[in-house]
Design a protein around this ligand. Sequence first.
Ligand SMILES: Nc1ncnc2c1ncn2[C@@H]1O[C@H](COP(=O)(O)OP(=O)(O)O)[C@@H](O)[C@H]1O
Ligand SMILES: [Mg+2]
Length: 359
Amino acid sequence: MHPVSARHVVILSLILLLLHLLHNLRIWLVPHANHQSGLLHVEKDDIWGLNFQGTAIPDVVDEVEEWQGVDKLGEWGLCPPGSFRLATMETCTPWLGCKEISDDVTVQTKIAQGAVKKIYKATWRGHTLAYSNLSNTAYLQDFLHGVEMLWNMQQTSHIVQLVGSCNTTLLTEYYRLGSAFHIKAILDRTSSDVRTRFNVAMSYIEAIHFLHNSPVGTRVMCDSYNLLHALSQFLVTEDLRLVLNDLDDIPEVNPEENVFVKCKRKHIKSPFNAPEQRWPFENEPFEDSRMPPYDEKIDIWKIPLVVRHLLGKVNGSDVVSSHLFQVHQRCRKRDPKQRPSATVVLKEYKRIRNMLFPE
Ligand SMILES: Nc1ncnc2c1ncn2[C@@H]1O[C@H](COP(=O)(O)OP(=O)(O)O)[C@@H](O)[C@H]1O
Ligand SMILES: [Mg+2]
């Protein structure tokens, strides 16, 4: 009996040891999985928490779903709402607030001065930024509107990246190539072919499409009273895309609520502007209160003129123009209702790109 018992004891011990090992293995494996998801969860919460310290606005928090959606659509490289990442940074960082700006940002040379802002080059922890200050207190509301729009429109690659803000100071990503005011010279200097130029035009259409379908409603690009002025509101990326930069004057249109816009409280004459932006009573003096309002279709009217400028006269631009002829003709309808939406224009541009410049 005894030897058998001893063998039994050994076998039993081995079974117990095996069970113990399996149990440990399970403990090691299962919590490991839990730990991972826990980590992810905490990391995400941490990011949201950090994001909304100080500079938080409730609307941005609501954009989380929007962001996840956009992310799924493949708009790579975007940070979660409330944070930013420059090309020279590895991770997303919460927007800078008053303290970080006064402690860590060094203002350098002046780059430009517009009606609303003075823009300087600046550095933060070795990274280059654009530092804008309100240039004229008469435009305080425009400046603040621009910052608020930036807060709300970060989940896209078609709008300049916000880095931080404090009162009448705004920090954005710095674009070495500057504004699209100089796009012709930039494209000529880089000997850009028709494909590159078409892609620049495409990025412009995408930005307008985003503006007309933004998280804060249908917005109109009011600050665009002539061709070069319209282009100066965009910046040029290293890979020659246009991103919309100046959001100071993008009022909302909402036909359901009977909300329309009037871009400038003055007599607009330039043919660059849509017919409905011009004073309709030719022989009578201009009176703003009698001027009928209009909608986002004024941006559609301008597309063919902007795109003609972007395409320029290079080998193949006449072929591209001939393919764009039909959609552009519709953009130039005098009746705004007959003009296509930005969604339709973008779809047509994509169709033409796939046909003329397949990947
Ligand atoms: N982030 C930036 N990077 C490089 N240049 C910039 C940047 N932001 C603005 N600029 C330059 O400053 C000009 C004026 O900027 P903008 O925001 O349009 O000012 P304003 O609101 O006064 O019109 C732009 O056209 C561009 O040349
Ligand atoms: Mg401007």
